[in-house]
Ligand binder design. Structure first.
Ligand code: ADP
Ligand code: MG
Length: 562
């Protein structure tokens, strides 16, 4: 037709399509989960926008997802009566990848099919996964509230381009038709489709509807009667002992957009000043946008089972941005907006409760399942460290969750807790010692450590960018001050005997002419030159004054242009 236009996919989309078709083939069923999840999101969005603008419902407020198949045409159809899309939205959403971490994702691809499949899973496969099973995909959609002639038809064979044209569409929402590739006919089967839906999308909140089927003369026929295929219940509203681990995991994959099982979860109904239910998950691996502090947060907010918003960042502190799940409040007003959330004392109480739950869950894991905790620390340790500086009220709890490398094992693995360290402190040792450097090797070989190694005193070896910053907020743990070994006139307190101290004072006098001479020849570049006993192998080292910033922090700030 006259208004039909052909446009090219963004280069990354082309690349992703190729990869997806080849790498995810053995997992091909997930395309249905992705399309159902988009349909469900679209219904949630309409429900939310509809709170402020009831006209969007166009007198049809029963939101649902419909799935059908046509054996003769060899097509599958996934339709929803959610928010729909206008022309610009279609071009943006189905022609580009607007995700943070995209560049990093592509740079990590190795060409190894298994590894790449995992990476794609973590990146999130989304709409384009339709092309795993289809060689032609047609999307017709109309945004809620627009006129019937504002429908949009999008079509592509998953090559380099797609076509787009305006069409009439009476009903709002989105319908996606998949023209199956050769060899995909097993999907044209009601029993098989129901199985996939129940496996991956059982707890999607909206009903997923299919036509009933009947056996007639030894043949299966599709009737005109509809039935709901999934449970369509809000899992979190059921009581814990009615929910199996499998159901918890399945629900996580839906809310967390994840391929893999979660590491742990916490499900509780909280009563008191605020009444709410929370179901919070800790994922097993980091998402691609973990380092984007503006990325989605992954907590969905409901009020009395009505979806309010995704990404409710007020419900979780930034340093717990990896947590996924649902909070369902019994008290908040339905028309709550992001602006109201920001100010709300009620939300503050919920956030406090959720934070406590997650930290409790992690402490429990650290205590009872060291292997799991190590996996958690590997994925999210760096993020959790931010909490020491950001969450004053929970500082001690977070400090207890930190893990470090140390001279005890002398390996880069971060396994030592502050509690472990204190348990190994020497007779007479009062402080927790640490050294910071740009790399683990630099920390491990720091000349500042020599005297500690000689005396057998453990030192934490810190080489993360955030370590120095985080530890500046952590001055003590369990009554023991933390001290950098790179600072000042190192006072080893009771670890030094009297004889050593006297010998040092004597030597300082004896060598004064030499130290003065060195200082003069360095000509203002150092504050002071001292005789030291902290070195056993190296002839000299640089130290910072007690109250000055350390050499490492100074380097970091310089690198950051300060
Ligand atoms: P994601 O769901 O993670 O955003 P997808 O690739 O699955 O990524 O979908 C891309 C975008 O396309 C969605 O964010 C949404 O805006 C739009 N979209 C996809 N399916 C639908 C649908 N059924 N109704 C409305 N919008 C949709
Ligand atoms: Mg999606």
């Amino acid at each position: 037709t006259a208004n039909r236009e052909t446009l090219g996919f963004q280069a990354e989309v082309k690349q992703l399509l190729q990869l997806m078709i080849h790498s995810l083939y053995s997992n091909r069923e997930i395309f249905l989960r992705e399309l159902v999840s988009n349909a469900s999101d679209a219904c949630d969005k309409l429900r939310f926008e509809g709170l402020h603008n009831a006209a969007l419902f166009e007198n049809e407020s029963d939101l649902q997802i419909r799935i059908g198949y046509d054996k003769t045409a060899r097509t599958l159809t996934i339709a929803d009566n959610g928010i729909g899309m206008n022309r610009d939205e279609v071009i943006n959403n189905l022609g580009t990848i607007a995700k943070s971490g995209t560049r990093e994702f592509f740079s990590k691809l190795s060409g190894d099919q298994q590894k790449d499949a995992n990476l794609i899973g973590q990146f999130g496969v989304g709409f384009y996964s339709a092309f795993i099973v289809a060689d032609k995909v047609v999307v017709t959609t109309r945004r809620a509230g627009e006129k019937a002639d504002q429908g949009v038809r999008w079509e592509s064979d998953g090559g380099g381009e797609f076509s787009i044209e305006m069409v009439d569409m009476a009903a709002r929402g989105t319908e996606i038709t998949l023209h199956l590739r050769e060899g995909q006919d097993d999907l044209l089967d009601g029993h098989r489709l129901r199985g996939i839906i129940r496996k991956y999308s059982n707890h999607v909140v909206q009903p997923i509807v299919m036509f009933k089927e009947e056996w007639k003369d030894g043949k299966q026929e599709i009737t005109a009667e509809e039935e709901t295929v999934n449970q369509a219940s809000a899992l979190w509203t059921r009581s814990k002992n009615e929910i199996t681990d499998e159901q918890y995991k399945e629900f996580y994959k839906h809310v967390g957009h994840d391929f893999e099982d979660p590491l742990a979860w916490s499900h509780a109904r909280v009563e008191g000043r605020q009444e709410y239910t929370q179901l919070l998950y800790v994922p097993a691996h980091a998402p691609f946008d973990l380092w984007d502090r503006n990325a989605r947060h992954g907590i969905k907010l409901y009020v009395r089972r009505v979806f309010i918003m995704d990404d409710a960042e007020q419900l979780m502190p930034i340093y717990l941005r990896f947590v996924r799940g649902v909070v369902d409040s019994a008290d908040l007003p339905l028309n709550v907006s992001r602006e109201i959330l920001q100010e709300s004392k009620d939300i503050e109480a919920i956030r406090k409760g959720c934070t406590g739950k997650v930290l409790g869950l992690l402490s429990d894991m650290a205590e009872n399942d060291k292997e799991k905790y190590a996996q958690f620390w590997e994925a999210f340790g760096k993020v959790l460290k931010e909490g020491v500086g950001e969450d004053f009220a929970n500082k001690d709890k977070i400090a207890g969750l930190l893990r470090f490398a140390s001279t005890h094992a002398d390996t880069p693995e971060e396994t030592v807790s502050l509690k472990d360290y204190i348990g190994r402190m020497k007779e007479g040792q009062e402080k927790i010692y640490y050294v910071t450097a740009e790399t683990f090797n630099a920390a491990k070989n720091s000349p500042h450590l020599e005297v500690f190694r000689k005396k057998g005193i453990e030192v934490l070896l810190l080489s993360d960018r955030v370590d120095e910053w985080a530890l500046s907020y952590l001055t003590e743990f369990d009554g023991k001050p933390l001290a950098s070994v790179a600072k000042g006139g190192l006072d080893l307190g009771k670890l030094e005997d009297e004889a050593e101290k006297q010998a040092q004072e004597k030597e300082a006098d004896e060598f004064k002419p030499l130290t003065d001479k060195i200082k003069a020849s360095l000509d203002g570049r150092v504050k002071e030159v001292r005789v030291t006993h902290r070195l056993t192998d190296s002839p000299a080292c640089l130290v910072a004054d007690e109250h000055d910033m350390s050499g490492n922090l100074a380097r970091l700030l310089k690198a950051a242009g300060q």
